[in-house]
Design a protein around this ligand. Structure first.
Ligand SMILES: Cc1cc2nc3c(=O)[nH]c(=O)nc-3n(C[C@H](O)[C@H](O)[C@H](O)COP(=O)(O)O)c2cc1C
Length: 245
């Protein structure tokens, strides 16, 4: 093992932060580390919006759940998939951008994920804690308006950042055989393996909550996936210039 692998395996989301500030110079260094991630065809389609305004934070915290740590975290970043500057550079070369393709949506969204995860690992290497906030997409149109996001820019997720004021256990992940397959997709053993993993997750929740949460992974996921998932996303994205082709 290397220290980097140890760091990656020690990840757990942090939802309670100390009052210690995170200096702007640290945030900037982290964003530069994020920018160093690989980027599809060198497209560089992620813009990070740092939200400092307490009134905006309060609204974002409400819309995301409520999730109070969005308001309380020393730093809150919104990762935006951004194809606007690409439109600009196409104009610079008199080559009107053929926008709206699903492929562009995918590459811009992937760029945000890679950028953010680089930033997260860099942050954790400094002893900072983070939690991603997909809850922003509950009210994505309101978030986009609040942050003055133009067409061809959409908020993929947020990130709370600060020094941890809690030390939760790491969450057990799926067994390797479920996520690593050889040569062809064979899931014949997955149901049995997941049933065993369910008990590991049940024990994890029981230990983390002092016995108050009794839930397996498959119960949690089936409960979530049997409901609609933010059906407003497609019309929002299409209206913003994504996923039209
Ligand atoms: C894109 C994304 C969005 C997420 N959104 C939220 C969120 O809105 N609120 C939250 O508390 N956790 C959120 N999480 C954190 C996940 O719940 C967490 O990563 C997962 O349960 C695994 O736990 P761990 O990070 O502690 O290992 C999000 C994670 C990702 C990657």
């Amino acid at each position: 093992m290397t220290p980097v692998i140890e760091l990656l395996k020690a990840h757990r989301s942090i939802r309670k932060f100390t009052d210690q500030t995170v200096d702007q110079s640290v945030v900037e260094e982290l964003v530069i580390a994020g920018q160093a991630a690989a980027t599809s065809s060198f497209i560089q389609a992620c813009t990070v919006l740092q939200v400092n305004d307490p009134a905006k934070r309060e609204k974002l915290a409400q819309w995301a759940g409520p999730q109070p740590y969005v308001e309380q975290a020393p730093q809150f970043l919104v990762f935006c998939a951004d194809m606007k500057r690409h439109q600009l550079v196409c104009e610079m070369h008199d080559a009107p951008m053929a926008s709206g393709f699903t492929e562009q949506f995918l590459t811009a969204s992937l760029d945000c994920g890679l950028f953010a995860q680089n930033l997260v690992v860099a942050a954790e290497s400094l002893g900072l804690g983070v939690v991603y906030i997909g809850g922003l997409r509950n009210k994505i149109a309101e978030v986009a308006d609040l942050l003055d996001l133009p067409e061809l820019v959409y908020p993929v997720f947020g990130l709370c950042l600060g020094y941890p004021d809690q030390n939760p256990e790491t969450k057990p992940r799926l067994p390797l055989s479920v996520v690593l397959k050889q040569d062809s997709y064979d899931d014949s053993q997955d149901a049995a393996t997941i049933a065993e993993y369910d008990e590991t997750v049940r024990d994890y929740y029981a230990s983390r909550t002092g016995g108050t949460k009794d839930m397996s992974w498959s119960e949690q996921i089936s409960g979530m996936l049997s409901k609609e998932a933010r059906p407003h996303m497609l019309p929002f994205l299409q209206q913003r210039g994504f996923l039209n082709k």
